[in-house]
Design a protein around this ligand. Structure first.
Ligand SMILES: [Zn+2]
Length: 99
């Protein structure tokens, strides 16, 4: 493994870590505050659908890292979609009056 390979792997690990944690703030806000402010159900539906399709494509291509990553994307988007639908008319105190 060359030094440039290590750099590429480090970028891949860093990027994957950012993707994994990027959904936490939205899911936490929905789950704890029961607030659906700013959640576009249409956008999350499209992201979940596209990620599920890309997950299947990556699996057929035996690209296991991208299969796992797209699977995570799809599941995170479905979680936000479901919580966003449940709390679409609910606002936390800091988002009340912003409509
Ligand atoms: Zn809120």
């Amino acid at each position: 493994m060359s030094l440039s390979d290590l750099g590429e792997h480090a970028l891949g690990i860093f990027g994957t870590t950012l993707v994994v944690i990027s959904y936490f703030p939205q899911i936490k806000h929905l789950f704890k505050m029961h607030c659906g402010e700013g959640v576009s159900l249409g956008a999350y539906f499209l992201w979940a659908s596209s990620s599920a399709m890309l997950c299947v494509y990556a699996a057929f291509s035996t690209e296991w890292v991208f299969t796992a990553l797209q699977g995570y994307h799809a599941l995170a988007c479905v979680a936000i979609l479901l919580l966003g639908a449940k709390y679409r008319n609910s606002r936390c105190p800091s988002h009340q009056g912003q409509d």
